[in-house]
Design a protein around this ligand. Sequence first.
Ligand SMILES: NC(=O)c1ccc[n+]([C@@H]2O[C@H](COP(=O)([O-])OP(=O)(O)OC[C@H]3O[C@@H](n4cnc5c(N)ncnc54)[C@H](OP(=O)(O)O)[C@@H]3O)[C@@H](O)[C@H]2O)c1
Length: 259
Amino acid sequence: MSTALITGASAGIGAAYAKRLAARGHDLVLVARSTEKLTALALDLQTRHDIKVEAITCDLSDPVQLQELARRIRIAPPADILINNAGTNVPGGFVDTADEDLERLIRLNMTAPTLLAHAAIAGMASRGSGAIVNISSVIGVATEITSGIYGATKAYLLTLSQSLTHEFGAAGVYVQAVLPGATRTDIWQHAGLDISQINGLMEVDDLVDAALVGFDRRETVTIPPLPDVHQWEAFETARLAMRPNFANSKPAARYRAPS
Ligand SMILES: NC(=O)c1ccc[n+]([C@@H]2O[C@H](COP(=O)([O-])OP(=O)(O)OC[C@H]3O[C@@H](n4cnc5c(N)ncnc54)[C@H](OP(=O)(O)O)[C@@H]3O)[C@@H](O)[C@H]2O)c1
């Protein structure tokens, strides 16, 4: 059976993925900072299911620890599924957030998934199979919902997923962007927000079950809370319709300098 590597597996959405993928019979590599939580989850899943589970303590916002994990992905028995889930938000808006907090957020939400995908994808392409799941957010599309750079980091993961699909889909690598809406996890507390004030909160198991339906259908983009998929399809159709119109040697008429 194949192996799935899940980042941010000690809590929330990542822990729910671990439980669901264990039930499907995948061996697991669980990654997060909290050794105790990871070890307890690993033991529990090994006992319940006849699978191998490895727990790796790693702070993905630390460049040295991230490189070590990426190195391991390159040399170790391959991860057939990479779930790039670890991510967070920080309290405050753009101006209030310290430079080092912005950098740490970029390293966790953008650099880590990028370098882990980079480490995994060449092997997947040469084997002609493999899957990368990037946990983005509806805020990557509806960036006005929040302040700060969180939405921009999630928009990056959506675009990255589409680019990798374009580049590696034909080689047999499946890449999925999952865009959760508000989901009941500790992320709200970490962002300094009161979860009781949030409307339309989805339970984490419902979110992951829906994401896995999209995974099984090989959707490139899965948006569990969006009732009408035609809205997303219309958005994508409008985006792609612009493409032939970008190749022009002269600026559009509306940008001509007044004579
Ligand atoms: N919950 C929502 O409403 C929502 C909505 C849209 C998208 N998302 C996305 O879903 C993903 C999972 O979030 P969640 O809601 O499940 O949050 P969560 O409950 O706070 O879990 C975050 C996970 O990431 C791990 N993590 C945090 N910082 C880390 C670091 N520096 N290095 C390694 N692991 C780290 C945490 O474990 P340790 O603390 O043990 O390291 C934990 O396992 C995130 O990418 C988030 O942006 C969440």
